[in-house]
Design a protein around this ligand. Structure first.
Ligand SMILES: [Mn+2]
Length: 327
């Protein structure tokens, strides 16, 4: 037994958490791990830095989620499991409270370099398509069958991080696991409709407006859109998932890198980059203190939106040249 599985087995009250604004992989992996720990007779709680968004509220059918926004008291816990990230600094204010608790931290993650994160033990595989795939492996290791809820969690993880099996990380393991999940009762169309077919009427106008603001740079190899604070306020009023603007930009022939820059309420800029072929966007954002994967990565940049646009534009130009895609 590894130190990692040992910690999971002997810790009764684990607090499962993840990064701010948790995405489908993060939440789905938490769902699956919660059900695994319950099957092992443990008393886990899922406590995230942010509440679960509308798109993911279908998970509440079978799994309780709590959040610690502001000063909400935390439940009693004996240890922490960080999912889909490896640094407490990514867990917002809650991360600092967890650090101060002095309780052991386990990391389950698939991001590059996560073995050097805040975990005392970790299960890290940067070749795994999603954190949910790692939790699925844990079910195997513990010899526990997946119930329907856990299967839905793993399924949500896989579809979130593979773009519904369209990205190059959709490997044989992903399809093999998915077959098992559907056999375990996952309703793929229910998940799809819950995620994407409940949008606010303003969402299509916001998408159109974001497309109008997009720019093609470096001979059409970089597609970039920068959304300022006022725009982000409109988006949040309509519960608009800004990540969906990446896809139409990625569809343009010749585009190698897509960059989405969002001005946050605190003035910092959140940059999300996606690459199509040989550009390593993880290396680009690492220069700004960010991280992620070779083809999908992000960073929080402490500068103005305009400065962030120029910085990303220059960094992408250098990366394009390095990948032999410059001109
Ligand atoms: Mn992930």
């Amino acid at each position: 037994m590894t130190q990692f599985t040992d910690l999971l087995r002997r810790t009764d009250r684990l607090l499962l958490t993840g990064h701010e604004n948790p995405d489908g992989d993060c939440l789905g992996a938490q769902v699956a791990l919660w059900h695994l720990l319950r099957a092992l007779g443990r008393s886990p709680r899922i406590v995230n830095p942010d509440p679960i968004g509308k798109a993911h509220d279908f998970l509440l059918r079978h799994t309780p989620f709590e959040h610690a926004r502001g000063e909400s008291p935390l439940p009693e816990f004996d240890g922490v499991v960080l999912l889909d990230c490896a640094q407490l600094s990514r867990v917002g204010q809650l991360g600092e409270r967890l650090r101060q608790s002095g309780k052991p931290i386990a990391v389950i993650d698939h991001h590059v370099g996560s073995e050097r994160g805040d975990g005392v033990v970790h299960m890290v595989d940067a070749t795994a398509a999603a954190t949910g795939a790692l939790v699925w492996r844990l079910f195997r290791e513990f010899g526990v069958p997946l119930n329907q809820a856990a299967a839905e969690g793993v399924f949500l993880s896989l579809v979130s991080d593979t773009g519904w099996f369209r990205y190059s990380n959709a490997d044989a393991e992903v399809f093999a696991i998915t077959s098992e999940l559907v056999a375990a009762g996952v309703d793929a169309s229910l998940v799809f409709d819950s995620l994407y077919r409940r949008n606010h009427p303003d969402s299509v106008r916001l998408l159109a407006d974001a497309m109008q603001r997009s720019r093609l740079l470096h001979g059409g190899r970089l597609a970039m859109v920068a959304l300022d604070r006022a725009w982000m306020d409109r988006a949040s009023a309509a519960d608009f998932d800004t990540d969906i603007v990446l896809d139409p930009l990625r569809s343009i022939e010749g585009v190698e890198v897509v960059a989405l820059l969002k001005e946050r309420f605190d003035g910092a800029v959140k940059a999300s980059l996606r690459a199509r072929r040989d550009v390593d966007v993880q290396a680009i954002v690492a220069a700004f203190g960010g991280g992620g994967h070779k083809k999908a990565a992000g960073a929080t940049m402490r500068m103005s939106l305009g400065a962030a646009e120029s910085a990303i534009e220059q960094a992408v130009a250098a990366a394009l040249a390095k990948a032999g895609l410059g001109r």
